[in-house]
Design a protein around this ligand. Sequence first.
Ligand SMILES: NC(=O)c1ccc[n+]([C@@H]2O[C@H](COP(=O)([O-])OP(=O)(O)OC[C@H]3O[C@@H](n4cnc5c(N)ncnc54)[C@H](O)[C@@H]3O)[C@@H](O)[C@H]2O)c1
Length: 252
Amino acid sequence: MTGRIKDKVALITGGAFGMGAETARIFAAEGAKVAIVDILDDEGPKRVQEIESAGGVARFWRLDVTDDAAWAAVTAEVVKAFGRIDILVNNAGVSGSKYEDPFDETGWRTLMSINVDGVFYGMKHVVPIMAENGGGSIVNLSSISGNTGQNNIHHGYNASKGAVRTITKSAAVRHARQGIRVNSVHPGLMPPMRTSGATADPVVRQKMLARVPMRRNGRADEVAKACLFLASDDASYITGSELHVDGGYLAS
Ligand SMILES: NC(=O)c1ccc[n+]([C@@H]2O[C@H](COP(=O)([O-])OP(=O)(O)OC[C@H]3O[C@@H](n4cnc5c(N)ncnc54)[C@H](O)[C@@H]3O)[C@@H](O)[C@H]2O)c1
């Protein structure tokens, strides 16, 4: 443990599984008290146990990120338990390959609701808490899909991650004087999401890999470490920026 975010309080959405869980693990190892929020009632407590066994501090709260009232209740409980919130990682999301038809309307609503409303509500409820404490750092999970089109992804995924990219810049400008930094992280080809459809298929993934200059998948810890950098004081003059963790995909 090097303590890069020692004694900070970090709330991580979708922190019970995948990259959010890895971010929770690394943040706790770097000294943060971690509030894991997710809809996975079985996985959440397991992540807390793992972090505690490694000597870290974490707690789990059930939170559906699309639920405004639940955000109000859970953020109040986190402040009661840990005293404040210094870091928010808006990581919860649903995959763009869950729906095959790019015009599937349920897909559009679900993607916009979880991927965009979730980030909006997270910032709505956490910004005032951070502002009252003199500042904080928000990291929003966008994607390479927020910067470019893809021919095997629902239109709503690209639209939702593009919205995350620009709301990040909007919030960075608006809340800079409250001491709040807001940045986005853009993973490329990572291990499949829980909700991945075609993009979890090894044949499809092989074709996608051919477009990645580094010719390999990213790992969850490589995204978590980018989140750690932006969350920490090492990034003290960085706000409104986007960090591509994509093996060179967007540069090619
Ligand atoms: N895996 C990839 O290839 C990839 C690439 C680029 C960006 N991303 C983005 O990174 C983030 C994390 O992705 P991942 O690969 O870890 O996905 P994942 O599916 O493994 O994990 C997502 C987590 O979010 C939670 N979640 C989903 N809906 C929720 C809701 N309504 N309320 C609360 N929690 C909810 C899930 O339960 C899960 O724990 C997502 O925003 C995703 O869009 C992923």
